[in-house]
Design a protein around this ligand. Structure first.
Ligand code: NI
Length: 173
């Protein structure tokens, strides 16, 4: 079992768009297993590669039916509205009620290159949208209404200072 430190708010890797995966090789499989270990160790319900500092379009999740890996995901359809108290391992300890589509249709690939097509509802749909955001360099803070976002950024800035080491770098958690 190998885990990675989870990058937290303030780390520029979380604001970049991750690149398409081009090689389904042993290295990617190892990354996926490490991501699953890291997700369970946190613990969390989902983890995207940028959160462990890897700029690739791959995420892992467990919405209650075991761990799965999705490579090069896309949300091809979404519908409805659902409000849920959402958190993020990269913004630890903070949760907000966020409204997003209730149902999504996710497509992508597994580690063997087989096509994956999942119609997801509520919690699973929320995880997919959250992890897709990570792959596009978006943190959940950007999903907040302007006033709540301002407040959240203030909280995080204060906390961010406490997370900086002597060189001014964000300490890995
Ligand atoms: Ni997250």
């Amino acid at each position: 079992m190998a885990t990675h430190p989870i990058r937290v708010f303030g780390d520029p890797v979380l604001k970049q768009r991750a690149a398409e995966v081009t090689d389904l090789d042993g290295k990617l499989a190892k990354l996926a297993q490490d991501m699953i270990d890291t997700m369970y160790g946190a613990p969390g319900a989902g983890l995207a590669a940028p959160q462990v500092g890897v700029q690739k379009r791959i995420f892992v999740y467990d919405a209650g039916a075991g761990a799965r890996v999705i490579v090069n995901p896309a949300i091809v359809e979404s519908d409805g509205e659902w409000t849920y108290e959402e958190g993020c391992l990269s913004v630890p300890g903070l949760y907000w009620h966020i409204t997003r589509p209730k149902v999504v249709h996710l497509t992508g690939f597994d580690l063997e290159g087989n096509e994956v097509s999942i119609e997801a509802d509520e919690f699973e749909a929320r995880v997919f949208q959250h992890e897709m955001d990570h792959l596009n360099g978006t943190l959940l803070i950007e999903r907040l209404d302007p006033d709540t976002r301002k407040q959240a950024l203030r909280t995080l800035r204060n906390r961010d200072l406490a997370l900086l080491d002597a060189d001014g770098d964000v300490r890995p958690r």
